[in-house]
Design a protein around this ligand. Structure first.
Ligand SMILES: [Zn+2]
Ligand SMILES: [Zn+2]
Length: 280
């Protein structure tokens, strides 16, 4: 069976699903929504695989380390050592992507980010970039696409990806920038690097990213729930779940002025083209 939609970013290992995860997953599958559950550190990546293993079709895993989980300790050696272990996980048949990984400078006050006197801020930035670089290597070595997290760091991320791009010719399944927060010009640069961008329930809470969406080609957009966060407005008193991606798709279709069915078909084709290990 072909899915109606693919939720490219779900955190099914979140504690909030502990009691009824199977109901949440079955609800999505019944609605025709397949999903990728995301690892945000090593333990969570292992849990993502365990969850994906419980289901035949429709649930897949990504393995990664969230930038905010990269410590600002003097050394990131432990993290870097763990990369060997990530390598082993990547070979699992249900692992379809590397992520989430990326850069997030949101917690570093803006005036400190480039101030050489602020050793801690500098270290935090450098460590994130160093670890992100390792995950870029992992993606190249395993030929798995990237699921990128980027907040207040698009310039740095694009610079790193542009360098990486030169070393990865012939690798045309790059990945997705999830919960895209950049502007239309930044989106264009991601497209030039063969990345897609992903939209969430934030789209349903009023005008958001309309310029980016209107200027994006069909081939570059996908949807995600980012559950249990970012619940679409129609369900906003509840925790989010993959099935609600249908609301995201409807909101995106509205902005682009296309039929919901068309938008669903386009984003599903894009997700399947990028996440090549999902069987179809
Ligand atoms: Zn994220
Ligand atoms: Zn996430």
């Amino acid at each position: 069976m072909k899915p109606r939609l693919i939720d490219t970013h779900a955190h099914l290992d979140a504690e909030i699903y502990e009691k009824d995860l199977d109901i949440v997953v079955q609800h999505a599958i019944r609605e025709g929504v397949w999903m990728v559950t995301i690892g945000d550190d090593y333990a969570s990546s292992k849990r993502a695989i365990e969850i994906a293993e419980r289901y035949g079709e429709g649930v897949y895993a990504a393995i990664g380390l969230h930038p905010l989980k990269v410590t600002n300790a003097q050394s990131t050696d432990d993290t870097l050592l763990a990369l060997e272990k990530f390598h082993a996980l990547a070979a699992h048949p249900k692992v379809v992507a590397i992520g989430e990984t990326g850069l997030d400078f949101h917690t570093i006050p803006e005036h400190q980010r480039n101030d050489p006197q602020r050793a801690e801020a500098r270290l935090q930035k450098e460590n994130q970039m160093r670890v992100f670089g390792k995950f870029l290597d992992l993606s190249r070595e395993t030929r798995l696409p990237l699921l990128l997290h980027c907040r207040e760091a698009h310039e740095e991320m694009l610079a790193m990806l542009e360098t990486w791009d030169k070393t990865t010719r012939g690798f045309d399944s790059r990945g997705i920038v999830h919960c895209f927060s950049g502007d239309a010009r930044e989106a264009r640069r991601y497209y030039d690097l063969d990345f897609a961008i992903s939209f969430t329930g934030l789209m349903t809470h009023g005008a958001y990213q309309t310029e980016v969406l209107k200027k994006s080609p069909d081939s570059r957009i996908v949807v995600e729930s980012d559950c249990p966060y970012l619940t679409p407005v129609a369900w906003s008193i509840r925790r989010n779940e993959p099935a609600y991606c249908a609301s995201v798709a409807a909101a995106v279709a509205g902005v682009r002025g296309v039929a919901v069915e068309t938008l669903e078909r386009i984003t599903t084709e894009n997700a399947l083209r990028i996440l090549t290990k999902i069987p179809r």
